[in-house]
Write a protein that binds this ligand. Sequence first.
Ligand code: ADP
Ligand code: MG
Length: 603
Amino acid sequence: MKPLHLVIGFIALLAAVWGYLPPFTVTLLCYIGLYSMVAVGLVMLTGVGGMTSFGQAAFVGLGAYATAWICTSPQAAELLGALPKGAYPWVGLLLGLAVTALVAWVLGAVTLRLSGHYLPLGTIAWGLSLYYVFGNLQSLGGFTGLSGIPPLELFGLSLASPRVLGVVIWALLLLAIWALHNLLDSREGRAIRALKTGRLMAESMGVDTAQQRIKLFVLAALLAAVSGWLYAHMQRFVNPTPFNLNIGIEYLFMAVVGGSGHLWGAVLGATLITLLKEQLQDWLPRLLGTTGNFEIVVFGLLMLLVLQRASTGLWPLLANATRSWLRPDAPARQPVGGAAQLDQRQLPPAGQQVLEARKVTKRFAGLVANNAVDMDVRASEVHALIGPNGAGKSTFFNMISGVDDPTEGQVRLMGQDMRGKPSRAFAALGLGRTFQHVRLLGERSVLDNVALGAHRRGHKGWVASMLRLDRGEEAAVLAEAMRQIERCGLAEVAHTPAASLPLGQQRIVEIARALAGQPAILLLDEPAAGLRHLEKQSLAALLTQLRAEGLAILVVEHDMEFVMNLADRITVLEFGTVIAHGTPAEVQADPRVIAAYLGGDML
Ligand code: ADP
Ligand code: MG
């Protein structure tokens, strides 16, 4: 059985019993649908994107209040006079989406700059503020709220009954899950998955991570607003209470308890929390003999328990339990016929200068990590940068790849001055790199990791991905990734999670990922570390072939045999300063180099 069959079975079951369920259950299912819609946005934002928000309830409020105002205020009626009454809620939806997008964009632009714990704190701040805005605006009815909101109407059909509205709610929820599932399974989805732990790496692959983050933030807010819109027309009245911080925390519970990285986890979490709340509100007052929001205490304790026992939520547990009979789709996908072409790069002619560093200096407080370093790297050349630990090699890599800015000096790539440019601008000009400390998305397959390297060469955006209009391009990206995987000798492990490979092989995955971007210059930081002798030989063969194809290669490596056999030219760093430069033979004969390497044990 495939997961898709299970989903279809679930929908069929719901549809079959829908007409016979008692009204109370139908209403409950409506609420579960509405909460799931918010939680599924949170799963994307928090679980996948790594941005924790306590403030989603406020966006639900924006969606609810926008339509409530349109449908009940005399000013709105004046503005919309010509429209039939049945159209008002739809204007309310448009207004809600527009206001939410705007507010989320502004809030996101401010809050998403915050790092670490300040981001969730920021969301608490605006979650609280929006609640008080709703409560204190007289035109929105203050803390009493707005009543008399009409039910939705669709082609003359009234959606007043929860049994009818529930169909719309669940249809929209399923549509949203389908679109988000598609989004995650695309070029943009790979970039989104990198936001949580791999932003620096993703930028080096050409991903604009700040833009991806804000888009994700707005998307989650819009889902919340749609939920609020439906809520307002189901309740027929709104007040600020359902949009306060408590509820914002409950939404986060739902996403985390269900399984913060899984879309269906949101539905599971929303169902569990809603049912539990229902029961607790019944039982706790009886048990304790007094009324109050005691359920929130129980939720808090439960949350602790879940985080202790199953930090990734309950969905993965469920997935594990069903593993024996529920087989996910095979990961291998055949390239679709007529696959789109990816962007191709014309490599510069052999010997042309690709990268030029002039007097690059980097100071960390008092420490001079790079001291006026000069270097040229040319097409069809392997240039090695060597030096003892702490000489400043990795720092220099960061200077010439846009990860960090030099304190002084100049870096030119393809003849362009790169001062102040982000690393994705370096990637766009043809710089591919690996990291000394491997930066892979460990849970994702090797294929997925390598495909991220080709991100820059595709163009399909979020909407195209959600609607599955990206399949041709996606097939081309995956085919390109597979080509690089095969060429790097990783075909056997293409569908294995990257983290389960030995460290040496993970370094090779990084090389494949860099190659998928079709670079003109490749920076490799200690690529042979952790490789066995035969693996080193095949790495040397690969680099020799890449050089013959016209790539410029700059490699930092400690294995001197590897370096001396491969490099055309060598630059030696010591304490941040270049102490020698030349062919392998020249460098090996240099007295300063011999001294630095303690009396000639270089080979
Ligand atoms: P290598 O790669 O040659 O081993 P690095 O470039 O990693 O050397 O480090 C060069 C020197 O700069 C070291 O003394 C290191 O401690 C220091 N250094 C590197 N990065 C930073 C940083 N972000 N802040 C302060 N010091 C740093
Ligand atoms: Mg280093």
